[in-house]
Design a protein around this ligand. Sequence first.
Ligand SMILES: Nc1nc2c(ncn2[C@@H]2O[C@H](COP(=O)(O)OP(=O)(O)OP(=O)(O)O)[C@@H](O)[C@H]2O)c(=O)[nH]1
Ligand SMILES: [Mg+2]
Length: 421
Amino acid sequence: MATFQKPKKKNQTGTAQRPLSQRAPSPPSTPEAEKPAPRARPQAKKPLTAAQRRIGKRALQAQAEAASVAEVVSSAKPVPQRTKPSPQPSSSSKQRPASSSKPPPAPVPPAPLRPTRCGTVALVGRPNVGKSSLLNAILGQKIAATTHKPQTTRRALRGVYSDDDTQIVFVDTPGLHQAKGGLFSFMLEEAKDSAADVDVLAFLVEADARGTGIAPADVSALKALEGKISGKPALLIINKIDVLRDKANLLPLLQAWSAEHTFTALVPVSAHKKDGLAAFVAEIRKHLPEAPFLLPKDSITDQSERDIAAELIREKVMLELQQEIPYRAAVVIELFDESRRDDERKPLVHIAANIVVEKDSQKAMVIGKGGQRIKAIGQRARAELEHLLDCQVHLELFAKVEPGWTETAQGLRKLGYVHST
Ligand SMILES: Nc1nc2c(ncn2[C@@H]2O[C@H](COP(=O)(O)OP(=O)(O)OP(=O)(O)O)[C@@H](O)[C@H]2O)c(=O)[nH]1
Ligand SMILES: [Mg+2]
C-alpha cells in the first residue's frame, strides 16, 4: 500500500531500507552544490502504484499553480529568482543596421542549477488550526480529512511536495491536546512521535479576526513538544491570515510569538487562499539537507486511495453527526472493487464500508430516522470520492457496533489505529 513508508523488506541492492528520517552514510557528489552535502538519503526503490500515479499527476499540476499564485501574494518574503532574465532585443534595435551602433549585449550565461534538497517536515499544533488544510493546499490535492471540529486527524499521514530542486515529505499529525486515554492518547503519541522524527518542525497557530494575541492552548501545545524538538529548526506558521480584519493585527501577534519562543522563522499563511505557500516552501528548503529526491517526483502520498476513501467517509460522518458520536466512529473499507474502473463506457469503482461505533444507541444515530442520516453521509461522501477517483462510485455504507473500541489497545488495533513510526 504505502509507497514510501518505512519499508520493512530488503531493497534491490540488498541493504535494508530505512525510515524516512534516516540518512545513508555518504552523499552523492553534486558538482554545483552550494556547499558540501552534509547528509544524503536512500532513493526509494519501490514504484508507485497506478492509483497513486493517477492522484499524483493531477496534484502536480495543482502544486505548480499553487506555487505561482503564492509567489505573487507573498510579497513579504519573495522566493529567490533562480535565473536572471536574459535581455531581449527591443524592436527598434532589431531594425537598426548592425554596423550603426554598439555591439549587441553579450549573452548572459544561465545561472547554475541549485542542488536538490530533500527532507521531512512535521505539521504540528493544537487541533483545528488548519494543519490538514495546509497540507491539502500545498499538495493541490485533498488527501487529508478536514472539518471545523477539533481532532479530525487521528493518524500521522504523509504528503509529498516536489518541484525542480526541492522535495518535502510533509507529515500531517493529530492536534496536540490533553489526552484522556484510549484513542486520544494514541493520537497524542502519534503527533509527538512524528515531531521527533523529522528534519524541520512547522508549528501551526491560527490568526483570529481581531488579532487577540497568543492563545494559552497554543502555548500548552508547544510545551507538549518539549524535548522532542530541541536542536531542530522550528518554524512558526500563522495560518488563517485571511480572517484578519486588519492586516496590521499580524504584527503584534508576530512580536508576541517571538517573545514566547525562539523560532527559526515566522511565516504567515492562509491555506484557504493559498497565500504564503511559496514563502513557506522556500523557508523549509533552507533547512533541508542537500540530498537526492527520496521519492519519484510524481509521488504525492503514502496513503492508498482506499485509505483516503476511508478518511473522506469519516470526514462526512464527523460533519453529519453531533456531540460524542464523531469521536466514537471509525470507518473500515470492506470492499474496494476497481474491476470496472477502466471500462470505457462507464468507469466505476464499487466501495463498501462499515461505520463502526461503540454502542447500539450510536448505531441508531448513524442510521437516522428511516435511514436518512446514513444516506446523507453516503451522498456527501460519494460526491467527494467521485472527484478523488475521477469516475463513478457505487458506495454502500453499513453501521456496525464494536463495543468500547476507542478504549482498548485491542479495539484500536482492530480498527487500524497502529502507530506508523
Ligand atoms: N479561514 C480559514 N479557515 C481555515 C484555513 N485553514 C483551515 N481552515 C479551517 O479550519 C478548520 C480546521 O481545519 P483542519 O485542517 O481540519 O485543522 P487541523 O489542524 O488539521 O485539525 P485537527 O485534525 O483536528 O488537529 C476547518 O474548518 C478549515 O476549513 C484558512 O487558511 N483560513
Ligand atoms: Mg487535521
